[in-house]
Design a protein around this ligand. Sequence first.
Ligand code: ADP
Length: 403
Amino acid sequence: MQNHILVINCGSSSLKFSLIVPTSGETLLTGLAECISSSQATITLKYQGNKEQSSLSAPYDHQSAINHLVTFLTKHQLSDDIYAIGHRIVHGGEKYCQPTLITEQVKNSIQELAQLAPLHNPANLQGIAAAEQAFSSLPQVAIFDTAFHQSMPEHAYIYGLPYHLYQQHGIRKYGFHGTSHYFVSQQAAKIINKSPEQCNFISAHLGNGCSITAIKNGHSVDTSLGLTPLEGVMMGTRSGDIDPGIIFHLVDHLGYSLAEVKTVLNKKSGLLGVSELSNDCRAIEQAALDNNQQAKLALQIFSYRIAKSIASFSVCFEQLDGLIFTGGIGENSNLIRSMILSSLSLLNFHEDKAANQDIRFGKTGLISSSRSRSCWVIPTNEEWVIAQQSYQLLNSLSKGKET
Ligand code: ADP
């Protein structure tokens, strides 16, 4: 039966994919092509407990990766069960707040929005082009990472800048990681047995990129990432919030070009910049254990800024059901979670040390003590949301045609 969704998340030099049963979330196949555009490009597929890695064939591009995947799907008789392709698209601007069937017009809009996401939207389009060529008879659906945040009120998304910059050029907060915040907030609502519309949460997606979101009655009402994924808390290699005056100082007095400033803020700051060791939280935690002072400082700044962002979002609520940690760091680093919670006692968050130690590596659970407001670790599953929403959209479109 044709009811599987192939989910594609395409970056400029990588392509992640998974084959998912949308109704249950069962993942049948996952894979990752890396170092695309170089002759070192490889593709790894995990299927039925086996892992298979191969070199990609020339021209080592996204199409080569998709062609390899198609050969694999055909060999394992998985192709005929695919119902549609669901694409993660980073920037949907103000135009796209819902899952959207990909047409020529939608592709043009994604291209126009590349102005706001120059690293991501063009790569997403390459993924769409490769998938359209390989699966020409199947519908392609776009799920936008910004969509969940389109419910933010004006006072949260307009910057304190001349208003015409918003009106004429769309300069506003958009937010990202929407699919992840949506997923974990839905899961948290299930845990407390309430409908999402009755729940208020703050969710912290902490991975290489990090964002905090205030979710009121099931809808995003504020989030830490902005026009671009540079605003907000400190991240793996991104600075997060800084005094914008630093940019002028670097250019006017220290001889940096704007391109160099962009690289510093996006690729050389954050955990990497402060520790001068790595952007990988595990490596920094190890170095801190070995008494490296810059590693310790990097972890302190990282946790402090996240706690500060979480606390700032208390202004969005009269009542709060709890805090959610997700993403590679949020799901696995009991140290970072503990450091964050220890700064949030005024909001009545208190860690249960044993539970916090125990809940890692894909486990879901409560890590707060009995006297605390609830705090959960909930592994994210953006791929399942993309599969579910693609499936639901196509079903509703086909029902619409029938009536
Ligand atoms: P991305 O944003 O690229 O999807 P992930 O969500 O996979 O990233 O998160 C990557 C981060 O998670 C890295 O900083 C990594 O060190 C961190 N991480 C993964 N496992 C652990 C762990 N056991 N302890 C601490 N940090 C971890």
